[in-house]
Write a protein that binds this ligand. Structure first.
Ligand code: HEC
Length: 139
C-alpha cells in the first residue's frame, strides 16, 4: 500500500517535472528561434534580391516608360495581360508562391525564356520568391 502510494507520488512528480521541462524547452525555443530564423530569412531575401536584380529585373524592372508604359518586356507584357487586375511589377505581387514561380521560371511563358537549374537553382527560385514576398509587403 505504502509502496503504491510512493510509486504514484514518483509518477506524479515525474509528470510535473516533464511538464516543467517541456515548458522550459518551449520557452527556450521561443526566445532563441525567432531571432535566428529572422536572420536566416533576411539572408535568403538578400540573396533573392541580388539574383532577381541580375536575372529578372532586366525584363521585370520598373522600366523607363515616359507615358506610363513600362518599356521592359516582362513588366509591359504583364501590364497588358492583367490590365490592372494585378500589378505589372513582380515585386508588387502577393500571389506568387514559390511553387508558382518555379513553374514559370522552369517552363518559361510566351516570350520569357525557361531557365535551367545551372542558371538558377530551385533554392534560388525560393529565395527570389521570398524577396518578392518581402518587397510586396512593403508600402
Ligand atoms: C527576357 C525577358 C525576361 C526575363 C529575363 C525574365 N522574364 Fe519573366 N516574363 C517575361 C515576359 C515577357 C513575361 C510575360 C509573358 C506573358 O505574356 O504571359 C514574363 C512572365 C513572368 C511570370 C508570369 C507572371 C504571370 O502572372 O503571368 C513570372 C512569375 C515571371 N515572369 C518571373 C520571372 C523571374 C522570377 C525571372 C528571373 C529568374 C524572370 N521572370 C525573368 C520576360 C522575362
Amino acid at each position: 500500500m505504502r509502496r503504491v502510494a510512493t510509486m504514484r507520488g514518483l509518477r506524479m512528480r515525474g509528470a510535473v517535472a516533464a511538464r516543467a521541462l517541456a515548458a522550459l524547452a518551449a520557452a527556450a525555443m521561443l526566445s532563441a528561434s525567432p531571432a535566428s530564423a529572422q536572420d536566416g530569412d533576411r539572408a535568403a531575401i538578400e540573396r533573392g534580391r541580388q539574383k532577381f536584380e541580375y536575372m529578372c529585373e532586366p525584363c521585370h524592372g520598373a522600366g523607363i516608360g515616359d507615358d506610363g508604359r513600362a518599356m521592359l518586356p516582362g513588366t509591359d507584357a504583364l501590364r497588358i495581360k492583367y490590365r490592372g487586375t494585378r500589378p505589372a511589377l513582380l515585386t508588387e505581387r502577393t500571389d506568387l508562391t514559390p511553387e508558382a514561380l518555379r513553374v514559370f521560371v522552369r517552363q518559361g511563358v510566351f516570350s520569357m525564356p525557361p531557365f535551367r537549374p545551372t542558371e538558377i537553382t530551385d533554392e534560388e527560385i525560393d529565395e527570389i520568391a521570398a524577396y518578392i514576398r518581402d518587397a510586396a509587403s512593403r508600402p
